[in-house]
Design a protein around this ligand. Structure first.
Ligand code: HEC
Ligand code: HEC
Length: 89
């Protein structure tokens, strides 16, 4: 019968979908913990904690630039500092 076949097919697709979701979930679950340095909680940086991230990021490069606090060699592109350098808990 035709409908039976269609049912079987959609069951297979659903099962496949669930297996893939499970795989992605396990992959993310096992990912290593983030190691990027967090935004320090010191005199200079604490004021950025309550601020909106985009607002705060406008000021980072006042100090974090090649003339003052240089970035380490090979630092990734740095438009959104707080995207990578998360606030500490
Ligand atoms: C007034 C100057 C100044 C501003 C503004 C500033 N920083 Fe810094 N930051 C420093 C200095 C100086 C250091 C290095 C000395 C230290 O570790 O305290 C530093 C260190 C850091 C570090 C490395 C900490 C570590 O453990 O090695 C990170 C990450 C950082 N800043 C992120 C930011 C971000 C993100 C912003 C913007 C929200 C920002 N900073 C704004 C002066 C500044
Ligand atoms: C795409 C992710 C990313 C973005 C965006 C980013 N960083 Fe980084 N930053 C890193 C990584 C990775 C390192 C290497 C050291 C590490 O493992 O944390 C680093 C290192 C640093 C360090 C040296 C920390 C130390 O103690 O060695 C400072 C200071 C820093 N970043 C500041 C900034 C600032 C300020 C901005 C925004 C202008 C910024 N970063 C944007 C990923 C990022």
């Amino acid at each position: 019968m035709k409908t039976d076949n269609a049912d079987k097919k959609s069951f297979l697709y659903t099962a496949l979908f669930l297996v893939i979701c499970g795989g992605i979930f396990l992959f993310l679950w096992n990912a290593p913990p983030e190691t990027t340095v967090k935004l320090p909680h010191d005199a200079t940086h604490t004021k950025y904690y309550p601020m909106d991230k985009k607002e705060a990021e406008k000021e980072c490069q006042n100090c974090h630039n090649p003339q003052q606090v240089a970035f380490p060699k090979g630092h990734p592109p740095k438009y959104r500092c707080l995207f990578c350098h998360k606030k500490e808990e």
